[in-house]
Design a binder for this molecule. Structure first.
Ligand code: FAD
Length: 216
């Protein structure tokens, strides 16, 4: 974990093991620690949240907040109440002794409960410098989070199926200047095509296929 610290020695037996130290795992850690459970968070150190340049839809932060700052605050909040945060990888999980035994990069851990907060893996197109473009806010991954930020701006939506066209239609609420870059426009249903053409969304068919996993 980037700025975490081990607030007490890692014990062999925990009440709750949380796998993943992104916003989900850290929020759970804070609540469970305040419920006076003994909580260990193990995080492989690659939260999607770290890619957020500035979030403008995080309640309570009207001026916006970066993903790094969100994570820093959540880590501080969880450790304040006694949760232990460590960097590492959880490899396996098996039921045993009325709880679980997990194999991890910091050794075997027995725990009564396990909370999985491992996040998701993005499927991204092959674009050189993509990670830098994401952290600079030039490439966005979430229309719901970022639609407001593109009001009246010229944008392109990259995708390969019906959902991409639906995202483009959603974004046309914010800007009339939407171009869809689709690998296979034949995948779109007639009704979605009609909805898109009614909004002036262009489809160029020039995008390259996505890679199977997030590797920037
Ligand atoms: C560019 C970008 C901008 C975004 N903007 C916004 C926004 O403005 N507003 C908003 O609400 N959301 C936004 N999001 C979405 C938000 O980042 C995610 O919803 C959030 O990070 C999900 O939190 P999480 O804890 O589920 O997963 P993550 O943040 O991905 O954390 C999961 C963690 O689990 C760890 N892990 C996985 N497997 C293991 C394992 N086996 N062992 C140990 N650790 C493991 C990973 O390394 C990772 O650190 C944005 C996302 C991106 C990429």
């Amino acid at each position: 974990m980037h700025d975490s610290h081990v607030s007490r020695p890692v014990a062999e037996t925990e009440d709750v093991l949380i796998v993943g130290g992104g916003p989900a795992g850290l929020t759970a850690a804070q609540y469970l620690a305040r419920f006076r459970h003994r909580v260990l968070v193990i995080d492989a150190g690659d939260p999607r949240a770290a890619l957020i340049p500035t979030s403008h839809n995080c309640p309570g932060f009207p001026e916006g907040i970066s993903g790094a700052d969100i994570l820093h605050r959540l880590r501080r909040h969880a450790t304040l109440y006694g949760a232990t945060l460590v960097g590492g990888q959880v490899y396996s999980l098996a039921p045993a002794y009325g709880g679980f035994v997990t194999e991890t990069s910091i050794g075997a851990i027995r725990t009564r409960k396990v909370f999985l907060a491992t996040g998701i893996t993005d499927t991204t197109p092959v674009i050189p410098g993509l990670r830098a473009a994401i952290t600079a806010g030039v490439v966005r991954l979430c229309p719901v989070c970022d639609g407001y930020e593109v009001i009246d701006r010229k944008i392109a939506v990259v995708g390969q199926d019906e959902r991409a066209l639906q995202e483009a239609i959603f974004l046309s609420r914010f800007t009339p200047l939407v171009t869809l870059l689709a690998t296979d426009a034949s995948a779109f249903s007639p009704s979605t095509r009609r909805a898109a053409s009614g909004r002036g969304i262009l489809s160029t068919g020039s995008a390259r296929p996505p890679t199977p996993a997030r590797r920037f």
